[in-house]
Ligand binder design. Structure first.
Ligand SMILES: Nc1ncnc2c1ncn2[C@@H]1O[C@H](COP(=O)(O)OP(=O)(O)OP(=O)(O)O)[C@@H](O)[C@H]1O
Length: 499
């Protein structure tokens, strides 16, 4: 494996110039595609999305989205004209001035510009758009408008159900609703917490809220006490995750409870494997399918690979980064297990780093507190498992380190998507050793797909076959313990209770 030696130097793979060149090519491709678009399944780029012929509304003024992205494809019957400015929501959809005034952004992002009119035209939406591109507001805004408008007719039941894979994301989505509904006292948005679940079970008359946000695991425990009669909107945020084996039984159960109801369905993610896309489409009625740079990492993230040699080499690399100032906080470090998260935490605490750790074995309260402290910059380096890989939006994360190579392209795209959000630049570094000979190919492939310039040896590595991909997803790579201490000594320390 000659290439591993080559990698000891570390490989920088960011190339913004190449990406700009690529965008130019995309623009030319788009022009050609439009002239050949006999079936009107038009393919547009961010640069000319506004030129789509309007279906029903008057031509709005043109306006560049603040966060431009690469190639997009919007398919489905009667694609509504994109929204170019938030203020147009008043004339096109009678959205109140007070709601528009609560939007903190100057212009919609590309996904918002396509999805918001779609949702306000009561369409089912299947959307794939890069991490950090504003997918949350793309559904929170239209749902808020619709529900507030119909508030007087409300019978007090749940009207929008939002499923997300983690508690952290549930809280974050509820905060997005809070910003838009501040002052509208009658409108209730709830996260299905343990305590709300207990109250729903023990106190008759407890209301779940107009909008209920939950993880599938928690929601299935509440199915017996919840009334879904008034539900009209169903959102699956991080839809591909919600259909993967860890969540599929619960998600299916919930969908079964909603069967037969007239629902607007909105499924979104930054990654949408084709099998999931087919499944999602089969559950929808004449959906709008919005694909923006599908399968790619956010273009704002500079991606690096570092060959660390061994597990001890990874620790040394982190310590080196600390010394050289490369570890500019806030930093997120992803590892593959709870055990490794705790081990790395103890190593870095010992080094005097302002560090904390979050994983599925910490309590809900601890997890909330850690995320809050990281958001407030009270914690500079946060070690985490994949519980933080999806959806979580912390402003200004400078660097994501994959201490352990992630087990799939989707995990990689979501992890590194915690930086480079909302048009800001970010960096991602992935450590690898000889143990990662297969999984590193997956990372390299995403780098290539995302427009990063890659070294020649990387182009020769080839792709991982389907069987290996499946195995990697199922079972993480076996690794030596995280420690710079010689193994024998470590065992001795452990028996003395020093670890
Ligand atoms: N129109 C906009 N202009 C500028 N920033 C925006 C806009 N809309 C949302 N944002 C900000 O962009 C950031 C990312 O948004 P959001 O969390 O919705 O991304 P996402 O697409 O859901 O990402 P992920 O796939 O990682 O979940 C947030 O901080 C949000 O406040």
């Amino acid at each position: 494996m000659d290439f591993f030696r080559l990698l000891a130097r570390g490989t920088k793979l960011d190339d913004t110039a190449a990406f700009t060149e690529k965008e130019k090519l995309v623009e030319d491709e788009d022009k050609l595609a439009r002239s050949l678009d006999f079936f009107h399944t038009h393919t547009v780029s961010a640069l000319d999305a506004r030129q789509i012929a309007p279906k029903h509304e008057a031509e709005p003024e043109s306006h560049e989205p603040v966060i431009p992205y690469g190639k997009s494809k919007i398919t489905g019957p009667d694609v509504p004209h994109p929204l170019t400015e938030f203020k147009d929501l008043a004339s096109r959809f009678q959205v109140s001035e007070s709601l528009i005034s609560r939007i903190r952004f100057p212009a919609p992002t590309q996904i918002q510009s396509e999805a918001i009119p779609g949702m306000l035209h009561d369409r089912d939406i299947l959307a794939c758009a890069p991490t950090g591109s504003g997918k949350t507001l793309a559904y929170v805004l239209p749902i808020t408008h619709i529900l507030v408008k119909q508030q007087q007719n409300s019978t007090g039941g749940i009207r929008a159900l939002i499923l997300v894979p983690t508690k952290e994301l549930a809280v974050q989505v509820s905060e997005a609703f809070t910003i838009l509904t501040r002052g509208t006292t009658t409108f209730k948005v709830n996260v299905l917490t343990k305590s709300l679940l207990a109250r729903l079970k023990s106190e008759t008359g407890t209301k779940a809220g107009d909008v209920l946000i939950s993880t599938p695991l928690r929601l299935v425990r509440a199915l017996a006490v919840l009334d879904f009669d008034s539900v009209r909107h169903l959102v699956l945020d991080e839809a591909d995750k919600l259909f993967d084996p860890a969540f599929a039984p619960q998600t299916d159960d919930i969908l079964a409870h909603l069967r037969g109801k007239t629902l607007q369905k909105t499924f979104l993610s930054a990654t949408l494997p084709s099998s999931i896309e087919t499944l999602a489409l089969s559950l929808m009625t004449t959906p709008l399918r919005i694909l923006i740079s599908p399968g790619r990492a956010a273009a704002t993230v500079a991606q690096n690979l570092i060959y660390a040699g061994s597990e001890a080499g990874k620790l040394l690399a982190i310590r080196q980064m600390l010394k050289t100032g490369e570890l500019t906080p806030p930093v997120l470090i992803f590892v593959q297990s709870v055990e490794r998260a705790n081990a790395l935490f103890h190593e870095l605490v010992y080094d005097g780093v302002n560090v904390d750790v979050i994983h599925g074995e910490r309590t809900e309260t601890q997890r909330r507190a850690v995320v809050e402290r990281f958001k407030r910059a009270d914690v500079w380096v946060l070690i985490c498992t994949d519980v933080l890989a999806r959806g979580v939006d912390v402003h200004g994360v400078n660097l994501v380190i994959n201490y352990d190579v992630p087990q799939s392209a989707q995990a990689y795209i979501h992890r590194i998507g915690r930086t480079g959000r909302a048009g800001k630049e970010g960096k991602a570094v992935t450590f690898f050793t000889k143990d990662d000979v297969e999984s590193v190919k997956i990372v390299i492939n995403v780098m290539k797909e995302s427009g990063c310039a890659v070294d020649e040896w990387m182009t020769r590595l080839g792709k991982v076959d389907k069987k290996t991909k499946k195995q990697l997803k199922r079972k993480p790579v076996e690794r030596d313990d995280i420690s710079t201490q010689p193994k024998r000594r470590k065992r001795k320390n452990h028996s003395k209770g020093e670890d």
